[in-house]
Design a protein around this ligand. Structure first.
Ligand code: GLY
Ligand code: MN
Ligand code: MN
Length: 468
C-alpha cells in the first residue's frame, strides 16, 4: 500500500460520515480477457477502490455500512491451481487487515450483505459502473438493469468521493511527482527520436517501454502523430516528414496508480517555420496566462476563457480571425481552432474521476456546464480552484479540415473567421501544449522537478544538442 493503515481508515470513516446512511459498495476491478479468458489485458485496479482500500489484487469488493460502521473486504482466496500459475498472494483476510478492515469473507457474502440491507429498506450506494462484468454482478445484487445503473448511482456517494479525491494530499502529490519524472523521460526521448524517416509507432513503442520499465504503464494510450489536429491521433506506421510537426501527448502511471499528462510539439526538421512559430507562440501564451492566474478561488471557467481570449487575439494578429474579441468569444468562434476544454483534474485517473460524471467532478451549483455551444460543451471543469487540486493546463490550436469545411459551408461565425486565409493552413496539423499544475495556497506551481523543454528556442536547442 502507498500509505499507512491510518490513511485508509480515516478516508473510509470520512466517506461513511459524509454519505450518512445505507450500505456502500466499492468494487475493485476484475481481470479483463483480451481474446480468450486466460489472455488478459494488463490488470488495472479501480481508482476509487485503490484510494479507499489500497489493494492491488483483482476480484475484491469493499463494503461499508454507514449506520453500524462495519466494514468488509470480500473476495475469494486463490486456489492451489492459481498459486501454481501466478504464485501465492496474501489471503483476503490478510489484505483486509492490512488496510484496517475488520471483516472479510468470500465473494458470495456480498449477496447476503446486500440482501439483508435491502430487506431492511436501506439504500445501497454504488458509483456509476463502467465495466460490464460489474454491471452484471450489480444487476444480480440489486435487480437494476445495466441500462439503468448509471442513473441509479448514488449522488451522495459520488459527491463524497469527489470531495475527498479532488484535493490531493502531500503524499499523493509526491507520487504524482514520481509519474512526472517518468513523463519527462518519455517526452524528452520522443524529442530526441523525432527526425524525418522515423515512424510514429517506433517512437511511441519506446515511450511505452519507458513507462512500463519505471512504473505500472502509460497513463493513457499515447497520442503521437503528425496529425496533431486529430484529438486522439494514435501512432501510425507512417514515417515522420521534414517540415511537419509531431504532437506527442503522453504520460506515465506509477506502480501505486498516480499519473502524469503532458503534451509537446516538436518540429520534425528541428526548426519551426515562421508560420508554425506564430501558432506555437499563441498556444504558449495562452498556457502561460493560465499558469499565471490559476489559484484558490479562481474559476477554471475563467481560466478557459482567458486562454481562449489570448488565442483569439493572436489569431486576429495573424489574420485568421477578425472582429470584436468579446463578441467572438461569446459566439464561440475561437472554438473552430481551440476545440476542447482547457484542462481537467488529474490524479489516479488521468482524467480524474471522469467516470463519476464531469458535472459532479468539474462543476457545482455556482458553475454549471454550458452544453449548447460547440467547444464550450466539452469543458471538463469550470468550478473554483482549491488548494490541492491538480489540473492540466492544455490549450491548443488545430486546423481540422472537416470542421473548417463545415463552418465555411454554413457560414457559421463567418464574421469572425477569415476562411480564405484559414484555407492556407489546411495541412498545418495542430498544436497543444500541456503541463500539470498543483494549486497551492497562494497560486499554483508546475508539477515535475524538471520542465520538459517548451519555449520554441529551448525546443530547437534541445533537438540540436540531443537528437539521436
Ligand atoms: N489526451 C488526454 C488529455 O490530454 O487530456
Ligand atoms: Mn494529455
Ligand atoms: Mn490532459
Amino acid at each position: 500500500m502507498l500509505f499507512d493503515i491510518k490513511t485508509y481508515t480515516e478516508r473510509r470513516a470520512r466517506l461513511r460520515r459524509q454519505v450518512g446512511h445505507g450500505l456502500i459498495l466499492l468494487p475493485g476491478n476484475n481481470e479483463s480477457p483480451m481474446n480468450y479468458p486466460a489472455n488478459t489485458y494488463k490488470f488495472h485496479q479501480d481508482s476509487t477502490f485503490l484510494y479507499f482500500f489500497g489493494q492491488h489484487r483483482d476480484g475484491l469488493c469493499g463494503v461499508i455500512d454507514c449506520d453500524s460502521g462495519e466494514e468488509w473486504l470480500v473476495g475469494d482466496d486463490i486456489s492451489l491451481d492459481d498459486i501454481v500459475w501466478f504464485g501465492a498472494v496474501a489471503s483476503v483476510a490478510d489484505m483486509a487487515a492490512e488496510c484496517g478492515v475488520a471483516k472479510s469473507g468470500p465473494m458470495s457474502q456480498l449477496q447476503m450483505l446486500v440482501d439483508t440491507a435491502r430487506r431492511q429498506g436501506r439504500t445501497i450506494h454504488f458509483l456509476p459502473p463502467y465495466r460490464h462484468d460489474w454491471m452484471i454482478q450489480l444487476m444480480d445484487l440489486t435487480g437494476i438493469h445495466p441500462r439503468d445503473q448509471k442513473g441509479a448511482a448514488s449522488l451522495a456517494l459520488i459527491h463524497a468521493v469527489v470531495e475527498q479525491r479532488a484535493r490531493k494530499s502531500v503524499g499523493e502529490v509526491a507520487d504524482i511527482e514520481r509519474a512526472m519524472e517518468t513523463g519527462y523521460e518519455m517526452h524528452t526521448t520522443a524529442m530526441r527520436m523525432c527526425r524525418p524517416g522515423v515512424t510514429e509507432q517506433e517512437i511511441a513503442g519506446r515511450l511505452a517501454g519507458i513507462a512500463l520499465s519505471r512504473g505500472n504503464m502509460a497513463s493513457f494510450q499515447t497520442i503521437l502523430s503528425m496529425h496533431g489536429e486529430i484529438q486522439h491521433g494514435f501512432p501510425s506506421a507512417r514515417q515522420l516528414e521534414a517540415g511537419r510537426l509531431m504532437l506527442c501527448d503522453c504520460g506515465a502511471e506509477t506502480n501505486e496508480g498516480y499519473c502524469s499528462d503532458n503534451t509537446r510539439v516538436t518540429p520534425v526538421s528541428g526548426h519551426f517555420t515562421p508560420r508554425q512559430r506564430d501558432i506555437y507562440e499563441a498556444v504558449l501564451d495562452a498556457h502561460d496566462t493560465v499558469a499565471a492566474m490559476a489559484a484558490p478561488g479562481v474559476k477554471w471557467w475563467d481560466c478557459h476563457f482567458a486562454a481562449a481570449r489570448v488565442i483569439t487575439e493572436h489569431l486576429k494578429a495573424i489574420g485568421l480571425m477578425r472582429g470584436n474579441t468579446d463578441d467572438a468569444l461569446e459566439a464561440g468562434a475561437h472554438a473552430m481552432f481551440f476545440v476542447h476544454g482547457l484542462g481537467h483534474m488529474m490524479g489516479m485517473d488521468v482524467h480524474d474521476m471522469e467516470g463519476l460524471g464531469q458535472i459532479y467532478v468539474g462543476f457545482d451549483d455556482e458553475v454549471r456546464p454550458r452544453l449548447d455551444q460547440f467547444g464550450t460543451n466539452c469543458l471538463r471543469c469550470g468550478r473554483r480552484m482549491q488548494e490541492g487540486f491538480v489540473m492540466t493546463d492544455e490549450p491548443g490550436i488545430y486546423f481540422i479540415p472537416a470542421l473548417i469545411d463545415d463552418w465555411r459551408a454554413s457560414g457559421h461565425n463567418a464574421e469572425f473567421i477569415n476562411f480564405d486565409l484559414v484555407e492556407q493552413y489546411r495541412d498545418f496539423g495542430g498544436i497543444r501544449l500541456e503541463d500539470d499544475l498543483l494549486i497551492t495556497a497562494d497560486g499554483c506551481r508546475y508539477l515535475g522537478s524538471k520542465r520538459i523543454p517548451i519555449r520554441p528556442d529551448e525546443v530547437e536547442a534541445f533537438i540540436e544538442r540531443e537528437r539521436q
